[in-house]
Ligand binder design. Structure first.
Ligand SMILES: *Cc1c(COP(=O)(O)O)cnc(C)c1O
Length: 363
């Protein structure tokens, strides 16, 4: 019997499996599995969201103009070269939809974000995986895999789930090694957490080239993941192409207004950054003191590496922590079976994680 069949490539995709969001035990649960802001969003963003509730009968303004202008003002960018989306996920998918098709290849690194292969294969293109070096993107490995069919490079900088980053010189070297018709996508979802002077989110490269875009999100440092809101900065011709294929009302008014208010609350942003840095350092030191290795992170999460010893594996630790209501992210589908990803939490959650890990290693 015949039946509707999806386009080639779609059934080859491994479905995205999000982290656990709760424990079956009941009791208090700390969700440290999705890289959300432990402190929640700015109260001003919540107020703006509530105020938007007065006019839910109206369609949103279709171009997200107020938000593009607020972003332009904040970052010194031309609002005409910004596009907003329902999360940066939507923008990544629209890039694939606009630029990839059967016969094309797109490259990401071995522990790249899972949305990349989904977007690539969903559009019938081949997904090419470049090895990393010490869990860091390797520019030479990426360039070595470029063929005449290569259309797009996905690079999360910093990367999730490794927490590592490429210095800007390396990103520029990557760009310089690409043909001008290959699109370089710099996914800067975690750029707000980086404080290294050799890092740059990609704004300069986007401003000065015709084949680079940068995506950003309100889901991480701004704590607005539930609203699904992200943005992209790119050359005018790419923004124009993506605007033609996006939904005409892809960003909701409450999301837009909350994001504008969040951008204006610099004090809250700085507090989130400071909280993150302080606890990232503390957690890294304390967890290493327990005898586990932590991959050096510039983000709001840590990759904790476990031994293969029976009883002390990442799987064992996951079960032990879940029992205590501490939900971390297992990374088997990222090919990191010996690691767990820990999102930096509130002081209380962070202290509970360290105490639990100490008990786990002692037992
Ligand atoms: C969380 C994350 C995003 C952001 O996704 P949204 O759709 O904006 O919530 C993008 N890229 C990476 C690597 C991420 O981890």
């Amino acid at each position: 019997m015949s039946r509707p069949v999806p386009k080639p490539g779609i059934l080859d995709i491994a479905p995205y499996t999000p982290g656990k969001s709760g424990s079956e035990q009941g009791g208090r649960v700390f969700k440290l599995s999705a890289n959300e802001n432990a402190l929640g969003p700015s109260p001003r963003a919540v107020e703006a969201y509530k105020a938007a509730a007065a006019h839910l009968e109206d369609y949103p303004e279709g171009s997200s103009r107020v938000l593009r202008e607020a972003i332009g003002h904040k970052f010194g960018l031309d609002p005409e070269r910004i596009i907003c989306g329902a999360g940066s996920d939507e923008l990544l998918n629209l890039l694939a939809y606009g630029y990839l098709g059967p016969g094309d290849e797109a490259i990401h690194t071995s522990h790249g974000f899972l949305v990349y292969p989904i977007a690539t294969m969903g559009n019938g293109a081949a997904n090419i995986v470049a090895p990393e070096r010490n869990l860091i993107a390797d520019v030479d490995a990426i360039l070595g895999l470029v063929t005449p069919r290569t259309k797009l490079i996905w690079l999360a900088n910093p990367n999730n789930p490794t927490g590592t980053y490429l210095p800007f010189d390396e990103v520029k070297r990557l760009h310089a090694g690409l043909r001008p018709d290959v699109l370089l996508v710099l996914d800067a979802a975690y750029s707000d957490f980086v404080s290294r002077n050799d890092y740059e989110s990609g704004i300069e490269l986007v401003a000065t080239t015709e084949n680079t875009v940068m995506t950003r999100t309100f889901s991480k440092i701004y704590g607005l993941a539930a609203l699904r809101i992200g943005w992209m900065y790119g050359p005018a011709h790419i923004i124009d192409a993506v605007n033609r294929i996006r939904g005409p009302f892809n960003v909701s008014t409450p999301a837009m207004m909350a994001a504008v208010a969040a951008l204006e609350d610099s004090e809250y942003y700085e507090m989130s950054r400071t909280h993150n840095e302080r606890w990232r350092t503390w957690l890294t030191e304390e967890i290493e003191r327990i005898g586990l290795t932590v991959t050096p992170s510039v983000t709001n999460f840590l990759l904790i590496n476990f031994p293969k010893t029976k009883g002390k594996t990442a799987d064992d630790a996951d079960a032990f922590l879940t029992e205590r209501g501490l939900i971390l992210r297992a990374l088997k589908n990222y090919h990191l079976p010996d690691a767990l990803r820990l999102t930096i939490g509130t002081e209380e959650a962070n202290r509970l994680v360290v105490a639990a890990l100490a008990d786990f290693m002692r037992n």
